[in-house]
Design a protein around this ligand. Structure first.
Ligand SMILES: *Cc1c(COP(=O)(O)O)cnc(C)c1O
Length: 383
C-alpha cells in the first residue's frame, strides 16, 4: 500500500516510472542478466521478444504449453511448427527438432514447463548449427536454474509472466530478459510504440508497457519469493508423502540439484489407478478442490492450428498422452499441510473405489460441437 500511495502521490502512473525501473533491476538480478524489460503481460513479452529477435516464417515450438506461446507467434504472422515433447521432461524433445527445420525456419521457442528446464545445451547446439535464433518462454521458471545457471540467460532472450496465477505476480505483467544489448534496445522500442524520442517513431511497435501500480505489486511479490519457495517446497513434499503408495498416481518430481520454485504440483494418473484423470478431476471438483488439466488438449488440437495445419504435422503422441494423464493440484501460500492431507485422502479414496466410482459418476456431456473457427487473418478478434 505504501508503494501504491507513492505512485499516486508522484502522479507518475506509467511510462518508465521509478517502480518499473526498480522492478526491472530486480528481475535482471534474479535472472543474472544485464537487461530486463517489463511488460503489461507475459504474452506481450513473448510477442515483443519474437519481434525483437527478428523471427519470421516458421518457428519450432512445443505443443504442450499454455496456448499463448503459440498464439504469440501466430499473431505475428509466424507459423508455429509443433515438435512433440519428451515424455519424461514434458519439454520439447531435442531429438525431434532437426527434422522439422526447413528453409523457412528462423527460430526455436522452447518452454521450461513447470519451471523444469528445457534441454538448453542440445537446443543451443541445434540453433547454432542451423543459424536459428533461440528463445525461451520462461513463464514458469523465474528463479529456477538449469545446470546450476539461472534461467533467463539462455538463448537470445527469455520471457517471464507475472500473471496473478504465477509464482511472482504483478496482477498482470511480464518481462523480457537478455544479455544482448541490441535486442534489449529493440525490445524497449517495440514496447513503446516504436518511439525513440517524444515524436520520433523508429519501428513498428505496440503498447507493452507495465504500469507503476503493477510494478508496485511485482516488487512486493518478489520480496516474498523465498517464503513462497519454502511453502511450495513444503507443499510438494507433503503431496509426495501423502500420495506415496497410491496406486497409479505419481507426483512429477523436480531435480533436487537445481534451484526450483515448485509452483506446480503435477500428478500423473496412469491406467493402474483404476479411474481416469478426468474422473479423478470430477471427484476433486465435487469436493471443491480445483485441480486443473494443464495444458489440455495441447496447442496442436486447438484453433487456429487444428484447422490451418496439415493433420500429419500435428501427430503428437507424447503430448496427447501427457495431456490425458496430468493433473495439477492446488499449492501456494493458500494451501497448507492440513489441506494437502485432505486432498491426498480424497485421491486415495477415489483410487480405492476406482471402477465403482467411475461407473457411478454421471456421464459427462459429449464434447460440444466445435464452433466455426475464428477468421485467421488476425482481424475480428473479440477478446
Ligand atoms: C502464463 C503463461 C503465458 C502467458 O502469460 P500472461 O502473463 O498470462 O500473458 C505464456 N506462456 C506460459 C507457458 C504461461 O504459463
Amino acid at each position: 500500500m505504501a508503494r501504491i500511495e507513492g505512485v499516486l502521490d508522484r502522479n507518475w502512473l506509467t511510462n518508465g516510472g521509478p517502480l518499473v525501473e526498480e522492478f526491472e533491476g530486480e528481475v535482471a538480478a534474479v535472472s543474472g542478466v544485464r537487461h530486463a524489460i517489463a511488460t503489461c503481460n507475459g504474452t506481450l513479452a513473448l510477442e515483443i521478444a519474437i519481434s525483437a529477435a527478428g523471427l519470421a516464417g516458421e518457428v519450432i515450438t512445443t505443443p504442450f504449453t499454455f496456448v499463448a506461446t503459440a498464439h504469440a507467434l501466430r499473431r505475428l504472422g509466424i507459423t508455429p511448427v509443433f515438435c512433440d515433447v519428451d515424455p519424461v521432461t514434458h519439454n520439447i524433445d531435442p531429438a525431434q527438432v532437426e527434422r522439422l527445420v526447413t528453409p523457412r525456419t528462423t527460430g526455436i521457442l522452447g518452454v521450461h514447463l513447470w519451471g523444469r528446464p528445457c534441454a538448453v545445451d542440445e537446443l543451443t547446439d541445434i540453433a547454432d548449427r542451423h543459424g536459428l535464433r533461440l528463445l525461451f518462454d520462461a513463464s514458469h521458471a523465474l528463479a529456477c536454474s538449469s545446470g546450476g545457471r539461472m534461467i533467463g540467460g539462455f538463448g537470445a532472450a527469455e520471457t517471464f509472466s507475472f500473471h496473478a496465477t504465477k509464482f511472482v505476480n504483478s496482477f498482470e505483467g511480464g518481462a523480457i530478459v537478455t544479455d544482448d544489448d541490441a535486442l534489449a534496445e529493440r525490445a524497449r522500442l517495440i514496447r513503446n510504440f516504436g518511439f525513440a524520442d517524444y515524436d520520433q517513431v523508429r519501428a513498428l511497435g505496440t503498447n507493452g508497457k507495465m504500469a507503476e501500480v503493477a510494478a508496485a505489486m511485482g516488487l512486493t511479490s518478489l520480496e516474498s519469493r523465498d517464503r513462497f519457495t519454502a511453502v511450495n517446497h513444503q507443499n510438494h513434499a507433503a503431496y509426495r508423502t501423502g500420495l506415496a503408495g497410491v496406486q497409479g498416481i505419481e507426483v512429477v518430481p523436480y531435480d533436487d540439484e537445481e534451484l526450483t520454485t515448485r509452483q506446480y504440483v503435477v500428478v500423473e494418473v496412469d491406467e493402474t489407478a483404476g479411474l481416469s484423470r478426468d474422473d479423478l478431476q470430477e471427484v476433486l471438483w465435487a469436493e471443491n478442490v480445483l485441480a486443473r488439466r494443464y495444458f489440455y488438449p495441447g496447442c496442436h488440437r486447438v484453433e487456429p492450428y487444428v484447422t490451418e495445419q496439415d493433420e500429419q504435422r500435428l501427430l503428437m503422441p507424447a503430448t496427447d498422452r501427457l495431456a490425458h494423464r496430468l493433473l495439477t493440484l492446488p499449492t501456494g501460500t493458500g494451501v497448507d499441510a492440513t489441506d494437502i492431507d485432505v486432498i491426498a485422502g480424497i485421491i486415495e479414496r477415489a483410487v480405492e473405489l476406482g471402477p465403482l466410482l467411475a461407473s457411478a459418476l454421471p456421464r459427462r456431456q459429449p464434447a460440444p460441437t466445435p464452433v466455426a473457427p475464428m477468421p485467421s487473418d488476425g482481424q475480428a478478434s473479440p477478446e
